[in-house]
Design a protein around this ligand. Structure first.
Ligand code: SUG
Length: 450
């Protein structure tokens, strides 16, 4: 049976703005309060999905979440009509208003951890929605993410949906951004890399001094158990604390894996060489093949340059003819050292055959590059045919989404605009229509019976 890896890209929602909500994420801090363009953001994301689809990559979408999520403000003591809540939160707690309105669900690499059926003991695809407990604006994504995953992957004979891990600092979980799978092909059994930033069990273990570590060792161990990945197929690695303190808040900001390829900066882990050796050993024993590692030295690309260009947040994909492509943010082409490195990889004997640059600046300014905008799900043919077809990319869906974005999205949004009650009505009208376009049924709270 053959299989493919499907990229589920997050559609950017109508309230995309720069709230400065993610301490430890340099781009989020740098763009706090600046003017966003939700329409351009959504169209940039769609353009990436369209281009990859046309190259032969399997593409699908997850819808944006309902915003504003006023239930968050209500749980924190704000009351009255929706308009009253909006006005009083705006007056008394502007950061909370930004959180209620955050469009961060676009970064679907943080939606869930996914293990393909080839790796799991029960032969099913496992999903655990991330609890995202480190950031309030992200923690509110989890219930909607869980509903969307169940709506898209609804056949119990193929798909297992776990509860999110309990919302505790000891179990911080940021989903696929800290999880990578290596395998000779999408249908073959492989190995999985689980990356964590701190451990609740040992307070003396080195941890970042300035910025938070968002994922714990304990959460990664739980994910391995829940997903029935045998210990022999799992490698655990700690992010280097100093690297987190330089703005590497997720592992996908400093490494990316695809099939048998691992593109990694030497400062990614506490002991990167040891991690590479463990991965190569496990991979060899599990698959009989060799892992191909592209290890980038600090002297070639510094961590701050990796963070500002998001080189390692590139996607690695294969086109229809099997050529391996690096899908990189346009910022990489604008940096001399980074573009020179990419040229060397493409021209030399690395596994990368070509590069495609994308302008995703609206997302990048919130700290999300190409790889943040997609959740990968490796599916066999049978599993693929069980996916809700409404979310799969087609030229027809592309046209419908373009028209939907053009009709519903604003082209500028400032923090002050979040106080405008019309924005709430506009967002709900847009999302209500979207569930029909994607044929997902009722997934938003305003569509569900009380
Ligand atoms: O969680 N930014 C997101 C970016 C997530 C990137 N995802 C991956 N690396 N996979 C975050 O920090 C910014 C929101 C704001 O500032 O308004 C934000 O949430």
């Amino acid at each position: 049976m053959s299989a493919r890896e499907v990229n589920f890209d997050g559609l950017v929602g109508p309230s995309h703005h720069y709230g400065g909500l993610s301490f430890g994420n340099m781009a989020s801090a740098a763009h706090e309060g600046s003017l966003s363009n939700p329409r351009e953001a959504a169209l940039q994301g769609l353009a990436k999905a369209r281009a990859l689809h046309r190259l032969g990559v399997a593409q699908a979408f997850f819808p944006p979440h309902m915003r504003p999520e006023l239930s968050l403000a209500r749980r924190l003591g704000f009351s009255g009509t929706d308009a009253d809540v909006l006005a009083s939160v705006g007056r008394e707690a502007p950061l909370l208003l930004a959180a209620c309105y955050s469009a961060s669900s676009m970064w679907t690499a943080n939606a869930a951890t996914v293990s393909p059926s080839a790796d799991s003991a029960d032969g099913k695809v496992h999903f655990t929605p991330a609890n995202l407990q480190n950031k309030i604006h992200r923690s509110i994504e989890t219930p909607t993410t869980a509903r969307i995953l169940r709506a898209v992957f609804d056949r119990a004979e193929f798909f297992v949906h776990h509860e999110p891990l309990p919302c505790s600092a000891a179990l911080g979980d940021e989903g696929a951004a800290n999880h990578t799978r290596f395998a000779p092909s999408h249908d073959a059994a492989g190995i999985q890399l689980f990356v964590w930033g701190e451990t609740a069990a040992n307070p003396w273990n080195p941890r970042p001094k300035t910025f938070p570590a968002r994922q714990t060792l304990e959460s990664t161990e739980a994910l391995r158990r829940l997903h029935q990945v045998p210990p022999s197929r799992a490698v655990f690695a700690q992010q280097r604390p100093e690297t987190i303190d330089q703005g590497v808040f997720h592992n996908d900001v400093i490494s990316v894996g695809y099939r048998d390829i691992f593109f990694v900066h030497e400062a990614a882990f506490v002991d990167t060489d040891e991690v590479i050796a463990a991965l190569c050993g496990h991979y060899q024993r599990s698959t009989g093949a060799e892992l191909r590692v592209i290890r980038v030295k600090e002297a070639e690309i510094s961590v701050p340059v990796a963070v500002s260009t998001y080189l390692f947040n590139s996607q690695i994909v294969e086109d229809a003819s099997g050529r391996v492509l690096l899908v990189a943010p346009i910022e990489c082409s604008e940096n001399r050292e980074v573009s020179a490195l990419i040229d060397r990889l493409v021209d030399g004997d690395s596994p990368i055959d070509a590069v495609h640059y994308f302008d995703l600046r609206q997302s990048m300014h919130g700290g999300g590059g190409p790889a943040c905008l997609r959740l990968r799900v490796a599916l066999t043919d049978d599993e693929f045919s069980a996916v809700n077809p409404g979310v799969l990319f087609s030229e027809q869906l592309d046209k419908a989404l373009c028209s939907w974005i053009e009709r519903h999205y604003r082209d500028r949004l400032s923090p002050a605009d979040l106080l405008d009650p019309a924005l709430m009505q506009e967002s709900r009208a847009a999302l209500d229509e979207l569930t029909q376009v994607l044929k997902l049924g009722s997934i938003y709270p305003f569509q569900l019976a009380p």
